[in-house]
Ligand binder design. Sequence first.
Ligand SMILES: Nc1nc2c(ncn2[C@@H]2O[C@H](COP(=O)(O)OP(=O)(O)OP(=O)(O)O)[C@@H](O)[C@H]2O)c(=O)[nH]1
Length: 308
Amino acid sequence: MVHLLHSDTTNLRRLEQNTVSVIQAGPISAERDDALAKLPLILQTSLDTRQLLRLFDEQIKPLLAHNGLQFTHPDNKFEFRLGNNRHHKCNYQLEIDQEYLGQLTFSRAYRFSDNEIRLLEDLLCKLIYPLRNSLQYARALDAALTDTLTQLPNRQAYKNTIEREIDLAHRLRLPLSLLVLDIDYFKNINDSFGHQVGDETLCRVADTLLASLRRSDALFRIGGEEFAIVLSHSHHEAALLAAERLRTAIYELNQSNTDQKFPISISIGLAELCVGESADSLFLKADEALYQAKFAGRNQVVTSRVTA
Ligand SMILES: Nc1nc2c(ncn2[C@@H]2O[C@H](COP(=O)(O)OP(=O)(O)OP(=O)(O)O)[C@@H](O)[C@H]2O)c(=O)[nH]1
């Protein structure tokens, strides 16, 4: 059975419900009203969707017993769980003005009564606007960290990641390597075949690099035809193998695509993080090695010999 609820412009669509009333000693109504009144103020304190759901869960627990809360937003590929899943569920499709916000599921070991469902729906009406704000904020953050052409994380995302990963590597004494790579003679491709072909080439290179990397390796487009790859937990030897694999994968595009009228290759500079080294210093080492790879004839990998 599907239920629809309208609350101003807010729609909470209940998908299914196991309806056997359970008599429960709930909080007295004054307490409940007080908690309901405070809820919007508390939910205003975070724009982070996970934190918002945590706060919501925490605040409603005394009002409505439940074991598990699960939120999924398929478009955002977002899934979040709190507590443990139980057999009896209350599912809601959350919408505001036809904007789909996701599905929220509450579960526990025994059925939700009609009174509890009404209470839950009152509570959800307080959640829905802060939830929309948090999802919009996440989308804006995502856009600020994504390169619009290749859809790869951009330079700012690289800066955030490298700082975090270097910090972790120093604290846990883990190895870390950085590759900085650049498409060879890219200007010629633009000049001879136009910007559109240049853009398509950038996307093809990005896709090929991505397909040749491990999931744990992080690829970024940090400039025009320049990419960076952070290889966490990787010593120089492992990074060199990865770099050679990437160089070969790009070079093989020349064989696999017979329509292609120009050769594609990349040059790669590799540097391994030294004890106490900063992100800037590591980048300079890799960039200098890239320059040497260009100077030595391109389509090759060069390792930095500089130690910090
Ligand atoms: N199509 C396209 N071209 C870009 C983009 N960003 C930068 N470029 C071009 O990339 C070219 C980079 O040229 P150069 O820095 O001279 O390097 P190169 O021709 O690859 O030569 P080497 O790196 O020395 O092998 C310039 O022509 C830029 O205009 C982009 O988003 N799309």
